[in-house]
Design a protein around this ligand. Structure first.
Ligand code: ZN
Length: 308
């Protein structure tokens, strides 16, 4: 698996080195604003701690997969109990009992304490007792907005990972590649969100899908059903503008990757990957004076042929 966060180079180095040298700490405190990737990082570290493959985390083994789906029996998350605003001392005591139970299927147990900054002094002191003499094969990952809420004694027992927001252009490029929104919408959302990617995604998700993005999504749907005629119909409105055609290919790429990630394995995924790899050539030909009607016919014919 590649490191899932952009920017944050220092965190990346610390984390990847610890994984490589097989010396993940007993306790990590991830601090940062909501939307900066705290849970993404916690998940990545938990996978690295439990994955049994040589290159940890592999992202595809049973352990990695169960963590991704939130159902690994050796990864336990503590959050404030229903309707309470704090993680209570009883929850930490319960955690202590759990921490001494042997792992069910992995070689370690990982405890993620979310909203860790809601622990009062009593809860923190209870946790401190566990951190001072941590049971073997246990790792704690605390997630908080700021380490300022913690006792010094807790902080000194944790490796602190402070997440920051990326620069505007870096964040915009990443979101362009990993979502189907257009660049202008992405930039304005990022500016409103002060480059916080999680917040920007929320702003963007409130925007209606653009006409071109919707067309690309439909195109993939028809293509997977082998309906080339319907694919051509979807493109009918886009033949007047090279900018639209270019945008359409970019959206298409996004939906192909999404399909591969979410729905398809084996032969179908290989075909989609092949289709993806032929698109740059088609994109390039948009810079020539090729007739756009012909260009779209060519795109559909190529895609249908590959997916047959
Ligand atoms: Zn794995």
């Amino acid at each position: 698996m590649i490191f899932p966060l952009i920017a944050n180079e220092k965190i990346k180095d610390i984390t990847l080195n610890a994984i490589k040298e097989n010396r993940l700490p007993h306790a990590v405190l991830i601090e940062g604003d909501v939307g900066t990737g705290r849970h993404t990082l916690a998940n990545f570290i938990a996978k690295a701690a439990l994955c049994k493959e040589a290159h940890k985390p592999c992202g595809v083994c049973k352990d990695c997969d169960l963590i991704q789906k939130g159902g690994h029996p050796d990864v336990l998350t503590v959050t404030p109990e229903d309707k309470k605003k704090n993680i209570g001392v009883n929850q930490i005591r319960q955690l202590k009992t759990e921490a001494y139970i042997k792992p069910h299927q992995a070689k370690k147990r990982v405890f993620i304490i979310d909203f860790a900054d809601t622990m009062n002094a009593q809860s923190q002191n209870a946790l401190l007792k566990i951190l001072e003499e941590p049971p073997a094969q246990v790792m704690f990952i605390l997630i908080a907005e700021s380490k300022a809420a913690f006792l010094d004694t807790i902080i000194s027992r944790c490796v602190i990972l402070t997440l920051t927001t990326p620069e505007l252009n870096v964040a915009a490029s990443w979101l362009s590649e990993n979502s189907s929104y257009n660049r202008e919408d992405i930039k304005s959302a990022l500016i409103d969100a002060r480059c916080n990617i999680g917040k920007a995604k929320k702003i963007l998700s409130g925007k209606p899908q653009s006409k071109i993005s919707a067309a690309a999504e439909e195109f993939i749907g028809f293509l997977l059903r082998g309906d080339g005629y319907a694919c051509l119909n979807v493109c009918a409105g886009l033949e007047r503008s090279r900018v639209d055609a270019d945008r359409f290919v970019k959206e298409l790429k996004y939906y192909i990757v999404t399909q591969i990630k979410n729905n398809h394995k084996g032969v179908q995924a290989k075909k989609l990957a092949l289709l993806y790899s032929t698109l740059p050539q088609l994109e390039k030909s948009l810079n020539t004076n090729i007739n756009l009607g012909l260009w779209f016919s060519n795109l559909v014919a190529t895609a249908v042929k590959i997916m047959k």
